[in-house]
Design a protein around this ligand. Structure first.
Ligand code: ZN
Length: 66
């Protein structure tokens, strides 16, 4: 069973998996609104999130706060 890493930005453990559009999934943090790479597969989206949290977070998009 794959687990989803906590949010690398705010350490929120209860991140969510979103279907951003049909067949496009991304892990996102409901706390700080960080969103991981969008993938066509839930497991890929989780893997990409986990990988990104361990690397340089290059694929993350942080929504601008206005
Ligand atoms: Zn967060």
């Amino acid at each position: 069973m794959i687990t989803v890493d906590q949010c690398p930005f705010c350490s929120h453990a209860d991140v969510e998996i979103n279907e951003v559009s049909p067949y496009e999934y991304a892990v996102d943090c409901p706390e700080c609104r960080a969103i991981g790479p969008i993938c066509s597969d839930i497991m890929q989206a989780i893997a990409a999130w986990n990988k990104a949290t361990r690397l340089e977070l290059l694929d993350f998009e942080i929504p601008a706060t206005t």
